[in-house]
Design a protein around this ligand. Sequence first.
Ligand code: URA
Ligand code: CA
Length: 433
Amino acid sequence: MRMVDLIEKKREGKELTTEEIKFIINGYTDGTIPDYQVSALTMAIFFKDMSERERADLTMAMVESGDQIDLSAIEGIKVDKHSTGGVGDTTTLVLGPLVASVGVPVAKMSGRGLGHTGGTIDKLEAVDGFHVEIENDEFIRLVNKNKLAVIGQSGNLTPADKKLYSLRDVTATVNSIPLIASSIMSKKIAAGADAIVLDVKTGAGAFMKTLQDSENLAKAMVNIGNNVGRKTMAVISDMSQPLGFAIGNALEVKEAIDTLKGEGPDDLTELCLTLGSHMVFLAEKASSLKEARELLKKAIEDGSALESFKVFLESQGGDASVVDDPSRLPQAQYKVELQAKEDGYVSEIIADSVGTAAMWLGAGRATKDSVIDLAVGLELRKKIGDEVKAGESLVTIYSNQEDIEDVKNKLYESIKVSSEKMDAPTLIHTEIT
Ligand code: URA
Ligand code: CA
């Protein structure tokens, strides 16, 4: 087989066989096929697309390029959740303990990554002593015992995807549905999930800005999952404005605690109940979505969801007393209110630009080597559709720098106040199975 012939085949819009896709991915992983040929191929895929079968084959070839996590020693159906990313998305912190408390095993492998705030692990490290450096055996033992544990990413998961993603980044081929879908799904499958619930975001703060693009990506991922034997479904949810109120690491831990107590923001609570119901249903812990939702609501009401969070934190070295006393979380030195300049209704909160303001405060990493300030961030006081009076607070800014003029200006640009009353955006657009 010659790579040049396969590039030509795809350039002409023909389907690559399973063997050809394996040849490409194996050759790229071991270095026998160079970057320049793979870039030509990804550009051909960008224009000519891939069939459902090719997408499944590409996904599995990437899964098989590295380690695959074996979760078979964990009892029950392992359901993983993946979000395509957004601003202030605190769902993982809530969903883990929430679904674990009704008996769904959550064996979460998580990362740090770049972004407006840290990843799940960074957020959890706002809890004094909490750590994810645990051995595999200990990870499995904890999931069996508590139904929930989080471990750092294994070194050699989907190395083909790592190389391919970096290459796509510099060859203008990130934005291709078959390539995004196979990239995301390969990581979930290699991490050992039996079933997968996808939260595909849509809107200004999302990877996919339009509903149509988000639906196309969701369908592509759901098809891949189901075609390779993992029950998969997707929820398409709003990310035009940030989710919940908090954007920042310790602030989001506090928001998760509030939500587990039943006192969280409405949108975050609703999204967690929706995603959680699907996880519980796929894990066969309820016979309908309605029953699953009832179980989750009860776990919030009777305190078992919160208890599950405490046990989880303690089991991985964390100071669980933060759950009863969130003032033990890292605190910022300055707390500044961003005051509304006029009366009206909040009509827009541009999620990605609010996220940028949080990053400027130090809540996220701009580069791999940036150090996160766990204490800083933003807390929205108003969401789209809310009435506001001049002088009222739009956002509380938690900062460790005294001079935050640029952050304030960025926030004023991101939050629009209009004289006309606006409806809150639809939170959940569609579900794709
Ligand atoms: N996220 C991924 O993991 N892969 C992509 O290709 C795009 C977003
Ligand atoms: Ca939030």
